[in-house]
Design a protein around this ligand. Structure first.
Ligand SMILES: C[S@@+](CC[C@H](N)C(=O)[O-])C[C@H]1O[C@@H](n2cnc3c(N)ncnc32)[C@H](O)[C@@H]1O
Length: 337
């Protein structure tokens, strides 16, 4: 099937979802999820007024790109601002002086997208690799918004603080966002400013390991002969709702985030910081880890710590991230402790 036919099919499959999203106050979603919808390495996302087309394996020709954009615009009944990011590497033969590839200044301006009625900063191009809002986590943010009333919320690996914002909108008493990247938290602060009706959130710029260990009241291990970089001091405190969404792999002076080989070292202190009768929402976005194996690991880890899991619910991404094998890469578990 050709690219344009695959896109048309994908848009037809989304017709009910698109109306639901509009009612929900959401205009940020995936229109084409190539790996599952016939063209691996191609994605088309809507972020508010912007249409973000990305190719990861090979660049798109000018005409093909314009036809894709046109088809999306016709379905949505509006003309979105096109941004094309080719991420297929150095062999790209794109003529970058062509205005279609450069994008209009209006498309590259700071824009505002909406999800669950909240405002989010949207930028077609910025120093980081990923768009500022991960769309496959929308259902999880919706769950947090619906389940945060009266709770203290800890958002770990907060990125641009989307989960924190959802918690604040859901009536959380306090929201604490933790991430080591200043630039990501800066966008989180912009997101907070874009929703002035919400109560203020806390932003902690820290590596995960020292932050979670201090919050959980655990000592910070120092390897012999190695001096640790400085880190902000935090008082131990339990949280009613903890959200753990780490990247697949990251290394720092304090430890290694490795979702394939060592989820436990992230999970253990997150379980320990979760209050009795609290909730831990944890994610694993590594496609090669199966839900069955990971769930078993998570439950075993809780058991070893003597934490009773009263309920364990799974949450899947919405239909704009279809997985016809029912094995979405992003897996989410909600543990009632
Ligand atoms: C996959 S994103 C998390 C997505 C996020 N939960 C959301 O709601 O969009 C990974 C984030 O983890 C942060 N990060 C990676 N390693 C870290 C570490 N050791 N300590 C703190 N933050 C870390 C990165 O800066 C990035 O913002």
């Amino acid at each position: 099937m050709s690219l344009i036919e695959s896109l048309r099919d994908a848009l037809t499959r989304r017709s009910a979802l698109l109306s639901q999203l509009q009612e929900q106050g959401t205009d940020c979603y995936r229109l084409f999820h190539g790996t599952q919808e016939g063209i691996p390495g191609m994605t088309i996302d809507r972020y508010g007024a912007q249409l973000l087309v990305q190719s990861f394996h090979q660049p798109l020709e000018r005409e093909a790109l314009l036809e894709l954009a046109d088809t999306c615009n016709q379905t949505l009944g509006q003309t979105l601002l096109l941004v094309y990011n080719d991420r297929s590497g150095g062999h790209s033969r794109i003529d970058r002086s062509d205005p279609v590839y450069q994008a209009e200044p209006a498309a590259l301006a700071d824009l505002v997208g909406h999800e669950w009625g909240l405002n989010y900063r949207v930028r077609g191009r910025h120093p980081g690799q990923d768009p500022l809002l991960f769309l496959d986590l929308r259902n999880a943010r919706g769950w947090v918004k619906a389940n945060s009333q009266g709770k203290s919320v800890l958002n770990l690996f907060a990125y641009t603080c989307g989960v924190g914002l959802a918690a604040a909108a859901g009536g959380a008493t306090t929201v604490c966002n933790v991430d080591f990247a200043e630039g990501n938290l800066a966008v989180g602060k912009e997101n907070a400013q874009l929703n002035p009706q919400l109560p203020p959130m806390q932003f902690i710029q820290s590596d995960y390991f020292p932050a979670i260990r201090q919050l959980a009241g655990l000592p910070i291990a120092q390897r012999r002969g190695q001096k640790l970089p400085s880190y902000p001091r935090l008082a131990a405190q339990p949280f009613d709702l903890v959200f753990l969404d780490p990247p697949a792999w990251a290394k720092s002076a304090f430890g290694t985030v490795d979702l394939l080989r060592d989820y436990q070292s992230l999970l253990k202190p997150a379980l320990q910081v979760t209050a009795e009768n609290g909730v831990l929402v944890c994610c694993n976005n590594l496609a090669k880890v199966s839900m069955e194996d990971w769930r078993e690991q998570v439950l075993r880890c809780a058991g070893k710590l003597g934490r009773t899991v009263h309920d364990c619910q799974t949450l899947t991404p919405a239909e704009d991230f279809p997985s016809f094998d029912h094995r979405p890469p992003l897996k989410t578990l909600i543990l009632q402790l």
